[in-house]
Design a protein around this ligand. Structure first.
Ligand code: LMR
Length: 394
């Protein structure tokens, strides 16, 4: 049996992590994997997370199983953070999942179970693991235009033209905020148009929201998701706490399903629980417990929000600095988009050869499609990157 296996293609983002580790150069710069780093290059355990861990350590009396959906207090607290008051709680079901990837995977499982013929529409480009999971699950998939390579902004006309092809019952995967890999995001007006369109088509949105709080703030980053939730009869939301709580390895995610009415909710919840049982029984609890401990404690929430806001504004300052350095060094405004993009990532628009040259000649690591993790920079490395970008002829 095992001798029948053939090698799998390496994940491009994770492969880069490995290459970076093996590079002996001391001045190398890692703009690869989407992990937040502070100016010292450290991915810190957030203060509120440390405090919550202490609280859990002191008060937790058992490690017995929770429920198949995880602790309902986690879904309630995180659901509120994401959806606010946009949808009646009687229509929502949710399961805790191992990270955002777990939520995406379970969303696909649910779609395949409920509507195996439904096509899942993904933005071109999107997070490579979306494509990989959908292909692995052999689900029908289509792509819609998203990014204008010339302006490095959303090609909204192209997107809407492609979404003309959506059929009733199809699923459209959208990034709630901080689009990965491009950094270019829909405006509120555009979210409204997307809602109109999906409603007219009878399509179902699946929102991947993995960076809430990294773009324009916790509330603003959820605005598109909330707008859709308030208008769509059905919708799925896959959320991650990896980045905004900095608990990457704890694997805390959530899949929310919004059903057309309260009557359908128990069956939807039952199916979600069933999917957890089939795939791993009980979802991991530790990260989820930290999140609910923070969100159910006003002081911890305030401290978490303050630290998250510092991270967000720090990334924004780096964006501005990089755009400014590039403006001076390139004598043009063609990199101004970097200050307009939001979240951890921007797609620079370099060719694969230029990306390779940046790595080979300067020890600067970014994903092959020229996605850069802005949080991999600090005030000292920004000018180095800017000069390297100009030298590479981007
Ligand atoms: C990324 O896009 O770099 C992150 O979401 C990490 C990952 O799992 O790919």
């Amino acid at each position: 049996m095992l001798d029948k296996l053939s090698p799998q293609p390496a994940d491009k983002i994770l492969m880069l992590m490995q290459m970076f580790r093996e590079d002996p150069r001391e001045d190398k710069i890692d703009l690869g994997v989407g992990v937040y780093r502070n100016p010292e290059g450290v991915t810190p355990v957030m203060r509120a997370v440390k405090a919550a861990e202490q609280q859990v350590w002191e008060t937790q009396t058992t490690k017995a199983y929770t429920g198949l959906a995880g602790d309902p207090a986690y879904a309630e607290a995180l659901g509120k953070l994401i959806l606010g008051t946009s949808v009646e709680s009687e229509r929502t079901s949710a399961i805790a999942t191992p990270g955002g990837t777990g939520a995406i995977r379970q969303a696909m499982e649910l779609i395949r179970m409920a509507a195996p013929e439904a096509t899942v529409w993904v933005s071109q480009p999107t997070w490579p693991n979306h494509l990989s999971i959908i292909k692995f699950m052999k689900m029908p998939m289509a792509e819609y235009t998203y990014f204008d390579n010339a302006t490095r902004q959303v090609d909204f006309d192209g997107m809407m033209a492609d979404l003309e092809g959506v059929k009733a019952g199809d699923v459209v995967l959208l990034h709630g905020c901080c689009h990965n890999p491009t950094g270019a995001n829909l405006t509120e007006e555009q979210w409204g148009k997307v809602a109109d369109h999906l409603l007219a088509k009878g399509a179902i949105p699946l929102i991947d929201i993995a960076y809430q709080g990294f773009g324009d703030g916790l509330e603003a980053d959820a605005a598109g998701t909330r707008l859709l939730a308030s208008r769509m009869p059905q919708m799925l939301v896959a959320a991650s706490c990896s980045k905004n709580f900095g608990i990457y390895r704890e694997r805390a995610g959530l899949l929310i399903a919004i059903s057309p009415d309260a009557k359908a909710q128990p069956t939807v919840q039952g199916n979600l629980n069933y999917l957890n049982r089939q795939n791993y029984s009980f979802p991991p609890d530790h990260g989820a417990r930290l999140v609910m401990t923070i969100l159910n404690d006003d002081k911890l929430t305030a401290d978490w929000k303050a630290e998250l806001e510092d991270m967000r504004t720090g990334m924004l300052a780096l964006r501005k600095q990089l755009a400014e350095e590039l403006r001076q060094r390139s004598n043009s405004d063609r990199f101004d988009f970097l200050a307009e993009h939001r979240g951890m990532f921007s797609r620079l628009g370099a060719t694969p050869e230029q990306v390779e040259a940046l790595r080979r000649d300067h020890g600067i690591y970014m994903v092959g499609d020229s996605r850069m993790n802005i949080a991999g920079l600090n005030a000292k490395t920004v000018p180095i990157l800017a000069q390297a970008i100009v030298d590479a002829g981007v």
